[in-house]
Design a protein around this ligand. Structure first.
Ligand SMILES: [Ca+2]
Ligand SMILES: [Ca+2]
Ligand SMILES: [Ca+2]
Ligand SMILES: [Ca+2]
Length: 322
């Protein structure tokens, strides 16, 4: 539940990068990562991103376990702002909010400079389009209509970016100033962009493009049985089916429409920093006193910062990349 606003965050971080044809594979990988964010089960990367900020989480992924534990210890001292030796729920929530703010601010700054090297007051759409999608001008246009082709994928990304741009362009001059650009890049962080986030999420899940989310699309978005796997679904998938019928589909017509998707991913009072803080405390609080000692946090270091590569024994494979 708490994870869903990050869908947009992850997607937009990709968008504003400059996808080149060679990067399409990586880009699609990011999209599948983004899908994992909708499902809180076993998604440590999400916890790491919330706890460290996305950039820092990537850095930590490269570190040996001993070094990431050492750095985690230093971070714990920072989080314990009243220095009583415990990390409280509030301290953890404040920290998560701070890392998220820092990540978004740095991300906006980086992309603003990238698309606007002369530091003008605004970025015109055409400048942005050329930077990000200019390579499409040289692509075979007939490819753009061929579903599942690279051209088709890019054409859709362009269309989506264009729509988001228009929504972010508060004064309707087809150029974005820095504030408007921040809304474009991180719509999940701006209430007037909420409808676009809902729409993009719905479109991602709505595989048959009928404008609504069926049970199968809802489940298919978070769970795919392994090849050759038969038999029972895991319990959490069964629970998600019950969630869909019992809560998501409020008018009981068998589908989630735009309003129901909105209630799901963007409930009005939902505080995802607090939800994430509660989740981390719940997972790491061995003696159940509702606050965390440094030892409790270090005990669960893989929950907070541990490298996924190490977890899955892929450290060697990763090593080959460098
Ligand atoms: Ca404290
Ligand atoms: Ca504008
Ligand atoms: Ca559908
Ligand atoms: Ca419904």
């Amino acid at each position: 539940m708490l994870t869903t606003l990050f869908v947009a965050l992850a997607i937009s971080a990709v968008f504003a990068g400059v996808p080149s044809p060679e990067e399409s594979k990586r880009l699609m990988d990011h999209f599948s990562d983004a899908e994992h964010f909708k499902n809180e089960h076993h998604n440590k990367q999400f916890d790491h991103d919330a706890f460290l900020g996305e950039d820092q989480a990537k850095t930590f992924d490269q570190l040996p376990p001993e070094e990431s534990k050492r750095r985690l210890g230093i971070i714990v001292d920072k989080i314990d702002s009243d220095k009583d030796g415990f990390v409280s729920l509030v301290e953890l929530k404040d920290w998560i909010r701070y890392t998220q703010r820092r990540y978004i601010d740095e991300d906006v700054e980086r992309h603003w400079r990238q698309h606007n090297p002369n530091n003008d007051g605004e970025i015109p759409w055409e400048t942005y389009r050329k930077n990000v999608y200019g390579f499409m001008d040289d692509m075979d246009q007939s490819d753009m209509n061929e579903p599942n082709s690279e051209g088709y994928t890019y054409a859709n990304l362009l269309k989506r970016d264009r729509r988001r741009w228009t929504q972010a362009d508060g004064d309707h001059n087809d150029a974005l100033n820095r504030t408007e650009f921040a809304g474009f890049l991180h719509p999940e962080d701006h209430s007037h962009m909420r409808d676009i986030v809902v729409l993009e999420t719905l479109e991602d899940i709505d595989k048959d493009k009928d404008g609504k989310v069926s049970m199968e699309e809802y489940i298919g978005d978070m769970y795919k049985p392994e090849d050759g796997e038969d038999g029972d679904e895991p319990d959490w998938v069964k629970q998600e089916r019950e969630q869909f019928t019992g809560y998501r589909d409020t008018d009981k017509d068998g589908f989630m429409d735009e309003h129901e998707v909105k209630d799901w991913i963007a409930p009005p009072e939902f505080d995802h920093a607090e939800a994430e803080a509660r989740h981390l405390v719940f997972e790491a609080d061995s003696d159940a006193d509702e606050k965390l000692t440094k030892a409790e946090i270090l005990d669960k270091y893989d929950l907070f910062v541990g490298s996924q590569a190490t977890d899955f024994g892929e450290a060697l494979a990763r090593h080959d990349e460098f």
